[in-house]
Design a protein around this ligand. Sequence first.
Ligand SMILES: Cc1cc2nc3c(=O)[nH]c(=O)nc-3n(C[C@H](O)[C@H](O)[C@H](O)COP(=O)(O)OP(=O)(O)OC[C@H]3O[C@@H](n4cnc5c(N)ncnc54)[C@H](O)[C@@H]3O)c2cc1C
Length: 410
Amino acid sequence: MSGYDVLIVGAGHGGAAAAAALRQRGFTGSVALLGDEAELPYERPALSKEYLAGDKPFERLLIRPARFWDEREVTLLPGRRVVAVDADAREVETAEGARIGYGSLIWATGGAPRRLSCSGHDLIGVHAVRSRADVDRLIAELPGVARVVVIGGGYIGLEAAAVLTKLGKTVTVIEAQDRVLARVAGVPLSRFFEAEHRAHGVDLRLGVGVSCIEEADGRACGVRLADVEVIACDAVIVGIGIVPATGPLTAAGAAGENGVAVDAHGRTSLAHVFAIGDCAAHANAYAGGATIRLESVQNANDQAVVVARAIVGDPVAYDAVPWFWSNQYDLKLQTVGLSAGADETIVRGDPATRSFSVVYRRGGAVVALDCVNATRDYVQGRALVVARAVVDAAALADPAVPLKELAAGR
Ligand SMILES: Cc1cc2nc3c(=O)[nH]c(=O)nc-3n(C[C@H](O)[C@H](O)[C@H](O)COP(=O)(O)OP(=O)(O)OC[C@H]3O[C@@H](n4cnc5c(N)ncnc54)[C@H](O)[C@@H]3O)c2cc1C
């Protein structure tokens, strides 16, 4: 049996960042980065943006070139899937039956795309957008595709809709809630993006469920809505969230319901086992201490550093301010803080100018900003979020008042 001082399972954003951070912080033991994808660790956000659009080749998505891992003596173990963890023996088992030992285990497996449960969910022509393989399958079909139905009006579904519209496809987006981005943003932002997509020709259906995917000749040919209407299409994209990929760890006894529960240092309830990234359920200061999972590059990278520091004996509690971005058409959305739980929404600027921000407050304190083509607000508003600043609503709403003045004048 082989073994490593640190074994990282999941070679995505968090896994790669953890390996790099261990070396950067002077860890000299053996480190292996094991993942079930074939590729070197790569950047996932571009999959629904520049990569799908054909604007960025895969090589430019690599988080680090191969030589980076060689130089740092990080052993890459691609194409392997962990199916079981034995926390007492400090071993994992792969699908091929190999057992790999560890001193510390970092679980960085992200999540699997949530599947539809209705009939037709597994037909040819039904796509997820999570991995390079997913997107390559979609891209390979695109020349024969004129009409696409996107199920799910979250960031990934909307980004894919924007790209496909630009590629000349006829796009319908189906969202079960009564607005897009309902899970992550306030009403003004949802309404803005709904109007943008409609202006670009997207047929946006809100508040409607899917009853099944229709089939013809073994392929998806339409989406039947709960109200029995069928939207004919040549391809379906399902973007309805992820299920944290925690099966083997949970089976080994790790605590946690929606994800693996971790403390402020990324430790799970199993000795010598840490978890980071999309699969890690943690108490987040910016969510008022609530236990949440964050699905963002920021969170994966920052939790990776926290765990690396715990392993090298230089611990620091996780307290990073959440941030996120999304590109749709010529719009750059930048988000800082967490808007869920806000009790007040202030629009700063005029959405009609396509450059504005939405400021979220809870109990009078600024908790988040969504900034559309407004990088200055995003950069300057961060200090308000970090300080949970209590700022006058009228000043926040006035784009002529720079946010940095409000931060300085508190
Ligand atoms: C299309 C798309 C667009 C996105 N856009 C943005 C964006 O604009 N901004 C942003 O901040 N975030 C974005 N995200 C989210 C961001 O990519 C994730 O939050 C981030 O990748 C999480 O990192 P992670 O390390 O937790 O998981 P991942 O990067 O998903 O890596 C997990 C890896 O573990 C592998 N794995 C899973 N189970 C096993 C197992 N049992 N054994 C071995 N390997 C396993 C997976 O295949 C995967 O390679 C986007 C995500 C997607 C899919």
